[in-house]
Design a protein around this ligand. Structure first.
Ligand code: GTP
Ligand code: MG
Length: 381
């Protein structure tokens, strides 16, 4: 699963990326710092079943801090997007192609109004304007691709008498767009229309808005003024500072939490002050830095994913080597046991014989997985 970070230049995308991944990425206070995309691994946060099962886990593909499991998702930080990017303005629309595999986009918005939508320093800018602009640019970029796909399909459509709409789904499959996405987006609209492109964007690239730089007073004012329910207040800089301090064992901090604890005596006065400002201006006012919330909101609420823990031995909740709750898988809500078996391994799916739930009760192929399920898949060996 890949989540894209998009937004105007200088909005804090690369800082947000670093805060999520602790990977290297260049950040600076001028537009178009990022040219080539940065890809890294971030983690969504969920309750680990180890708590309720009363066991100690040994995660393999994920990690657990005091009963909180962190499950990996890929994130991509791209270049800044400016008005008319779809026509090649700014760094053009080439970089938008980097986002084709993304299931969802986090719009990192500079809420402080200290940069305009081209990333230039200004006294005051209405960040609300960037929201619509970004949506339109992405829709127009998609529309361009759709129009090309239609053009390519015309001859085949005429020659074989197949409706255009049946042909374009295949052409768009490389964009992370499925046949069902196309079908849903085409309800009551024509394939050539802007409305189809817009529907398709909403379905295939849903957006979560991260109102960044909330540590600044101007951002707080804009947050109050905009009053949008879909705006998540964030401070990428605060989250990055906390994660880096935790990595150096200066503080104890679980990503996404509302507080941290200083555990080292080696902090200097400036470091202490900076951390106290984060506590007072961000954590106490907004309940967290918002960065983890934005990612969690995308994955769990918007993309409707759940976390499932397959094990080889349901009595011990372990794999064959005795590792307890080793793997955490993100799957779409509604996934059945059989579909899940296919995701794990084609061999397991071919020899599938059902499964066992946490109470060691038998479950069948059509069993719909629930969030936090620990299951053993049974198959012929
Ligand atoms: N106050 C504050 N500044 C931030 C925050 N996040 C980023 N910044 C600053 O905003 C400026 C731009 O940050 P970048 O992360 O480079 O922004 P970007 O969106 O990747 O920029 P481009 O790659 O040029 O499009 C830098 O000076 C950052 O330090 C934040 O949460 N609070
Ligand atoms: Mg950048």
């Amino acid at each position: 699963m890949l989540i894209g970070l998009v937004g105007c230049p200088n909005s804090g995308k690369s800082t947000f990326f670093k805060a999520l991944t602790l990977a290297e990425a260049e950040t600076a206070n001028y537009p178009f710092t990022t040219i080539k995309p940065n890809q890294g691994v971030a983690y969504v946060k969920t309750e680990c079943p180890c708590k309720r099962l009363g066991v100690k886990c040994n995660p393999n593909n994920s990690f657990c801090i005091n009963g909180t499991r962190f499950v990996p998702v890929k994130v991509l930080d791209v270049a800044g997007l400016v008005p008319d990017a779809h026509e090649g303005k700014g760094l053009g629309n080439q970089f938008l192609s980097d986002l084709v595999q993304a299931c969802g986009l986090i719009h990192v918005l500079d809420l402080s109004g200290k940069t305009d939508w081209e990333g230039k320093s200004v006294e005051s800018w209405d960040p609300g304007k960037n929201i619509k602009m970004l949506e339109e640019e992405i829709t127009r970029w998609l529309w361009g691709i759709i129009k090309k796909a239609i053009e390519k399909s015309k001859t085949k459509s005429r020659a074989e008498g197949i409706p255009i709409k049946n042909l374009i789904a295949k052409q768009l499959s490389g964009l992370g767009i499925s046949e069902s996405h196309v079908k849903e987006a085409l309800e009551r609209v024509e394939p050539e229309s802007y409305e189809f492109a817009e529907n398709l964007r909403k379905i295939s690239k849903p957006i979560v808005i991260a109102g960044n730089k909330i540590d600044l007073n101007e951002a707080k004012e804009n947050f109050e003024r905009l009053k949008r329910g879909d705006l998540i207040p964030c401070s990428a800089e605060a989250e990055l500072a906390l994660k880096e301090a935790a990595k150096k064992n200066l503080i104890e901090y679980v990503p996404g939490e509302k507080d941290f604890k200083i555990i080292s005596g080696s902090l200097n006065e400036n470091q202490r002050k900076a951390l106290e400002i984060i506590r007072k201006e961000v954590l106490e006012k907004f309940g967290s830095t918002g960065v983890q919330d934005a990612l969690n909101h995308m994955v769990f609420s918007v993309l409707k994913m759940i976390v499932v823990y397959p094990v080889a031995n349901i009595e011990r909740f372990s794999d064959s080597r005795g590792n307890v709750l080793p793997d955490a898988y993100l799957v779409e809500r509604g996934t059945t046991l059989k579909e899940f078996a296919k995701k794990i391994h084609s061999d397991i799916a071919e020899n599938f014989m059902g499964g066992l739930d946490m109470e060691r009760k038998k479950i069948g192929a059509d069993y719909e997985l629930k969030d936090g399920d620990v299951i053993q898949i049974l198959f012929k060996k």
